[in-house]
Ligand binder design. Structure first.
Ligand SMILES: Nc1ncnc2c1ncn2[C@@H]1O[C@H](COP(=O)(O)OP(=O)(O)OP(=O)(O)O)[C@@H](O)[C@H]1O
Ligand SMILES: [Mg+2]
Length: 154
């Protein structure tokens, strides 16, 4: 049986941190460092960082109401043709995911409601799973050009 090349994992990493705003910058740097092994343009890299920080900020601000009370998990998986970044919290959850993803929708009148707009425009796909009282998981997917075989890597 031939293996689906998309399911063949090339690399992965996981991190876990407390819901404090300082960790937004940390997550950007970690995801960008992981992505540095790819042939990404600076623009793609910048977009990846923005999408990641929007998702992480949402966990902290909305999921945990801006309090240092919970954990945020990031897992990054590299497959032959795509990069997947999953950002997860065990916070309050989202009542209506479709509504939450509408441009300019926010449950906080002080906010612009643009986080999901950035995530969707910078990534190829954004998948959200959420349950009220249980938490939220956002998967950011970036399609990649085929990986070139590297010298010495056989
Ligand atoms: N991790 C999460 N936990 C709970 N609610 C969330 C989470 N992520 C998003 N939401 C809900 O989805 C809404 C829309 O999120 P989005 O990031 O698009 O906008 P925002 O965070 O309100 O504003 P902005 O990102 O522009 O500061 C939020 O207002 C919030 O109600
Ligand atoms: Mg947001």
């Amino acid at each position: 049986m031939s293996e689906n090349p998309d399911k063949k994992i090339i690399n992965f990493m996981n991190m876990e941190f407390l819901s404090v705003p300082e960790n937004v910058a940390l997550s950007r740097v970690v995801v960008a460092s992981f992505a540095a092994q790819l042939d990404m343009t600076l623009n793609d890299m910048e977009e990846l960082k923005v999408a990641t920080s929007e998702a992480v900020s949402n966990c902290i601000i909305h999921g945990y109401n801006n309090q240092p009370i919970g954990k945020v998990w990031i897992s990054v998986s590299l497959y032959s043709s795509r990069l997947e970044i999953t950002i997860k919290d065990e916070g309050v959850g989202i009542e209506d995911i479709d509504k939450a993803m509408e441009p300019a929708f926010s449950t906080d009148p002080e906010r612009m409601g643009l986080g999901f707009v950035f995530m969707k425009s910078f990534m190829d796909d954004v998948e959200v799973v959420s349950e009220v009282g249980k938490g939220t998981s956002v998967k950011l997917i970036k399609n990649l050009p085929p990986v070139k075989p590297q010298a010495g890597n056989r």
